[in-house]
Design a protein around this ligand. Sequence first.
Ligand SMILES: Cc1cc2nc3c(=O)[nH]c(=O)nc-3n(C[C@H](O)[C@H](O)[C@H](O)COP(=O)(O)OP(=O)(O)OC[C@H]3O[C@@H](n4cnc5c(N)ncnc54)[C@H](O)[C@@H]3O)c2cc1C
Length: 331
Amino acid sequence: MEFSFSKEEEALREMLRGFAKNTLKPQYQHWDRTHEFPREYWRKMGELGVLGVALPEKDGGSGSTAVAAGIAAEEISRGDFNMGYGVILGSLVGDILSRGATAKVRQEFLIPMLKGEKLMAIAVTEPEAGSDVRGIRSEVLRDRNGHLRLRGEKSGISLATVADGAVVAAKESDGISLFAVTLRQPGVSRKLFDDMGTRPIGRGSLYFDDIMITEEDRVGSPDQGLRSVLTGFDLSRVLIGLQSIGAALESLEETITYVKEREAFGKTLAEFQGVGFTLAERYADLELLRWYCYRALWLQDQGLPHAAESAICKWRAPRAAVDAIHDCLII
Ligand SMILES: Cc1cc2nc3c(=O)[nH]c(=O)nc-3n(C[C@H](O)[C@H](O)[C@H](O)COP(=O)(O)OP(=O)(O)OC[C@H]3O[C@@H](n4cnc5c(N)ncnc54)[C@H](O)[C@@H]3O)c2cc1C
């Protein structure tokens, strides 16, 4: 058993912690309050290789491990939870495109996406089909001139209102297929959700009104769409876990600094056991899940199955993070 990070992974952590602390964190509240999407800093993440950490270098990725992608998700989210989406979506969409995209799609979307020049959404969920991906209704049909047409509605899509393109899941006669389409064209419309949080990432709905697509836009073979999305979710679920844990650990550290300084009734807040016990308990929960997430990523790096582990990460880590941040707010 080996529980340590490699030298390269430690160096990545240190570099990203500095970037998150000095560059992202000071602006986090501004972006959150104005709902402004920080495109310039997204591009900066592309320059740092954060948008395609575990993707092959030949596709413009950093050629590193899934564990390194986890480090990126955790560290970026310490500075700005919303920017953590860059790591997650870059890994998920990047992996799908890297495996199945045509030369045209690689040039048009994959390479600029990894540089942070284009934003790519993944559009699977629909109003009537979330966890039950097979239940989607969006479809691709041939019109009477033989052209492929995409129609349907996607809902709850991260970056929906700011993305340049999207990988869209739609039904065909063979099953569920994926297509990479530009969102900047007639026949595509968008609607912003009034979310309670993560507002800069512009989550919302996408509507496709019989837009014309071609075989070159297809990603993977016609019946492989569902499989590549579900395989991709095995990684993105763990990254979401580490995104949540990163933000919560940062909150915890801020709170620990605060309770060591603030005094009440003649001593620091840290000296009250009611405060110390709460923070210790939350730290323990986060630390346990943090290592569980890295184990899931290690399994991915070994090419071993990890669907159950990644589901546990997505289920438990955000919950532990919410509890920790809530306690930090109360203290
Ligand atoms: C922050 C955020 C970002 C997202 N970004 C994206 C994105 O970029 N792209 C994308 O495609 N999607 C995205 N989603 C959508 C997300 O993937 C869906 O929310 C998820 O698939 C679950 O679908 P659902 O919300 O429709 O709920 P579902 O899980 O489909 O549930 C619908 C209803 O059925 C019930 N239900 C479900 N399963 C069962 C069961 N087994 N037994 C009994 N009742 C059940 C639920 O309780 C609920 O009432 C995002 C969601 C969030 C919250």
